[in-house]
Design a protein around this ligand. Structure first.
Ligand code: BG6
Length: 489
């Protein structure tokens, strides 16, 4: 396959995302020969950096995150810096001149990616100016990559969408959800649709419940200001967790095309039972971490963190029970949970199968442990199947064992980073693993009543000590259904 060619313009090139994820991803794409020499990167930011300063920064980022320095000078020679004022039209005109020159130098065929990795309040302004000042008129294609947050509720997302749609068509817009770039998230589809063993059982006749956990050990770090206005619901549930639920619940697409897959995902969002403000307390638990301990490390509470109000009501943990009202899933709860400062960093999906009709092997009162299919997304990657086998010895007992398939078993797998895959997809024009506007809109309409109810104090804010697996209320939510969270580590 031919290498994709493009100039990549990064708005917010002096920021954290560019440094931690984007530069290393581009470097790996070059090292892995996914892209050739026909690329240039233009960093755009307010700071008055020179090309050299920018290139040093790029080098640092690669050395510190990948510990590599092969061909670094050659690589960074493709990087240019352009000081920029997002509201000033002449900034765009100058940028356009530079892009024109680079297109000639690097033979990028007029292809342009505009990557917005900066404060969301400027997304609309930038998109509109790109069009107005002629930056999107080239002989090749132009695409807009847009980082989260995509709005903070449905009305703000609609407004943002309208603004960017004035300048770009839906099929030029690549809304990033980096979870969709994770190897094992992409694997959900394959596990489901390429195995004769699972798909026939993948419904309410055989599945008791599905659990999706994404727990983090880190606290809010230096993002207090952002997080105070976001909380776990907007930061993680509206996007990453709901996307995983959609992939788990969707019908098999008739073809593996972007449109077919998206349309199946959209149907899941449409079937998601909406929760009214008054019902929120029955379906969702919100929590905030207080001081605690992880190993020997003393951890402060959320309210003591930098840039956090000392009476903050922001949730750092969310657990929820989702119901999908369609033929396949009626009656099967999808439990989700996510939080900061929990006991483990882990993203995991547990599919719990229903109990067998009769218990031959366990003593009275005991139940046979259910079969579990566990999809490990991170930090381990792989799948585990929990089955029951005969216990050693001659008693008529059985016991659960785990069949493990981790990616380490597979030869030569070196999982690329999510951003690397997504950037490459965008360069090739494959939008499958990006979120369509319809998905964004439907997920906000699901989430909005929940944040509204919390804002109005219609549900308690529970607490949990830092370093634990969340508030007891989240456990009780499952216990009421006769279920339990399966451990994540
Ligand atoms: C981001 C959130 O989208 O995802 C962060 O804004 C969170 O708060 C991060 O830490 C988690 O991503 P990952 O890939 O480490 O699970």
């Amino acid at each position: 396959q031919e290498h994709p060619k493009s100039v990549i313009v990064i708005f917010g090139a002096t920021g954290d995302l560019a440094k931690r994820k984007l530069f290393p991803s581009i470097y790996r794409l070059v090292q892995n020969e996914k892209i050739g020499k026909e690329f240039a990167v233009v960093g755009v930011g307010r700071r008055p950096w020179t090309n050299d300063e920018f290139r040093n920064n790029v080098s640092d980022s690669i050395q510190s995150s990948l510990k590599e320095s092969k061909d670094l000078n050659d690589f960074t020679s493709h990087f240019y810096y352009h000081p920029f004022d997002v509201t000033n039209p002449s900034s765009y005109l100058e940028l356009n001149d530079l892009l024109g020159q680079l297109d000639g130098t690097y033979q990028t065929e007029g292809n342009r990616i505009f990557y917005l990795a900066m404060a969301p309040e400027f997304f609309g302004t930038i998109a509109q100016n790109l069009k107005k000042q002629g930056l999107t008129e080239t002989n090749g294609w132009s695409r807009l990559v847009i980082e989260k947050p995509f709005g903070h509720d449905l009305p703000s997302a609609e407004q943002l969408n309208q603004e960017i749609r004035e300048a770009f068509n839906e099929n030029q817009i690549y809304r990033i959800d980096h979870y969709l770039g994770k190897e094992m998230v992409q694997n959900i589809e394959v596990i489901r649709f390429a195995n004769a063993m699972f798909e026939p059982l993948w419904n309410n006749r055989y599945i008791s419940n599905i659990q999706v956990t994404s727990s983090e050990v880190l606290g809010v770090e230096d993002r207090g200001r952002y997080y105070e206005n976001s909380g776990a619901l907007r930061d993680m549930v509206q996007n990453h967790l709901l996307q995983m639920v959609a992939l788990l619940a969707m019908e098999p697409p008739i073809k593996l095309t972007t449109d077919e897959i998206r349309s199946e995902k959209v149907k899941v969002f449409r079937a998601l039972r909406s929760i009214s403000e008054d019902e929120v307390k029955n379906y969702f638990v919100r929590g905030q971490y207080t001081s605690g301990k992880l190993g020997d490390k003393e951890l402060i509470g959320y309210r003591e963190e930098n840039n956090v109000d000392n009476e903050s009501q922001t949730e750092t943990f969310v657990a929820g029970k989702l119901l999908i009202d369609n033929f396949r899933w009626a009656g099967v709860p999808f439990y989700i949970r996510t939080g900061k400062r929990m006991a483990a960093k882990s993203t995991k999906i547990v599919v719990q199968f229903k109990d067998i009709p009769m218990n031959l092997y366990y003593k009275k009162g005991e139940t046979v442990p259910p079969n579990l299919l566990v999809i490990n997304i991170q930090p381990d990657e792989g799948i585990t199947l929990q089955l029951n086998v005969k216990k050693d010895g001659d008693a008529g007992d059985s016991m659960p064992v785990k069949l493990d398939l981790t990616n380490d078993f597979l030869d030569g797998i070196n999982t690329p980073e999510a951003y690397e895959k997504l950037l490459y997809d965008c360069m090739r024009g494959d939008a499958t693993n990006f979120t369509h506007w319809d998905e964004v809109a439907l997920s906000w309409s699901f989430v909005d009543p929940i944040s509204e109810a919390w804002k109005k104090g219609k549900a308690e804010l529970a607490t949990y000590p830092a370093g634990s697996m969340g508030p007891k209320e989240a456990d009780e939510m499952l216990e009421k259904d006769g279920n339990q969270w399966w451990p994540v580590n």
